[in-house]
Design a protein around this ligand. Structure first.
Ligand code: MF3
Ligand code: CO
Ligand code: CO
Length: 269
């Protein structure tokens, strides 16, 4: 889909109107609400396919559209990435077991606007190392978001994420990134999660994009499995990810995908 209205920066980044933010807010809120609904369902014994089926049905019930069903041949309403799966895990018949950590990523389209968010869940009892990784990953995203205001650069966001994650002796995945979105799923810029402060495009009011750091307990390298989707850590170390869709405002940013239940982080909200 194209969007011909408004202005595009020299870096190819679309500038949206404040009135467009209402559309993003509605789409983001539905995606976040659906993630909230999954919280009690992520338990040992459930299959990731069952979780996906629930979301497929709920998206239709809400009169929304899944952005991922049919996207580049992908067939599901969610990506569900367990333990050492970094992202793009395909829902399947495998059952979750006690202690599994799970990222669930949903993108919905509401009135043409895309809401894209993911967060971590745990099936059963959360292990100590996994808890630490989840905390660091969540904090990395929030430190990135804290840099979002007009006049700062994408490098400031990237540096905030990388410097924190590495200070905690974890690593930032290089092979996947956040992205502009709005009336399209993936648009400029690529929002990488590592880099130098002060570099890159300058943030302007009206920009809309995701930040979605993937952080590993071990090394940052990934590989994609034979299914052409599932990305895993090469060293099999645990990986975590959180994602928000946000818009730049006059003095900071609006997070479109805040959890209506206040439960974005699996242990402390
Ligand atoms: N939601 C993912 C993102 O954050 C993209 C998933 S594409 C899919 O950009 F096809 F794998 F679903
Ligand atoms: Co996503
Ligand atoms: Co995304």
């Amino acid at each position: 889909m194209t969007d011909s209205r408004g202005r595009v920066t020299k870096d190819g980044i679309r500038i949206y109107e404040q009135s467009d933010f209402a559309g993003m807010h509605k789409a983001g809120r539905l995606a976040a609400q659906l993630l909230d609904e999954l919280i009690p369902m992520v338990v040992p014994g459930v299959t990731t396919g069952e979780l996906d089926k629930y979301i497929t049905d709920r998206v239709v019930q809400e009169g929304a559209v899944s952005a991922t069903i049919g996207y580049k041949g992908y067939k599901h309403a969610t990506c569900i990435s367990v333990n050492h799966v970094v992202c793009h895990g395909i829902p399947a018949e495998k059952r979750l077991k006690n202690g599994d950590i799970v990222n669930i990523d949903i993108t919905v389209i509401v009135d043409g606007w895309f809401g894209d968010t993911s967060r971590m869940y745990v099936a059963g009892k959360l292990g100590r190392k996994a808890e630490r990784l989840i905390d660091i990953t969540h904090e990395s995203l929030m430190r990135g978001i804290a840099m979002v205001k007009p006049g700062n650069t994408f490098g400031d966001i990237r540096h905030a994420i990388q410097s924190y994650a590495e200070s905690q002796r974890t690593s930032v995945v290089r092979d996947f990134c956040g992205h502009g979105l709005g009336r399209v799923f993936h648009a400029p810029p690529n929002v990488l999660h590592y880099g130098r402060a002060g570099t890159g495009a300058v943030l302007e009011e009206g920009m809309i994009f995701t930040i979605e750091p993937m952080i590993n307990l071990g090394r940052p390298e990934t590989k994609v499995l034979a299914d052409d989707w599932t990305a895993v850590t090469r060293d099999k170390s645990l990986s975590a990810q959180f994602e928000h869709s946000i818009g730049v405002t006059a003095d900071g940013c609006e997070i479109f995908t805040l959890s209506p239940a206040g439960k974005f982080h699996p242990t402390y909200g």
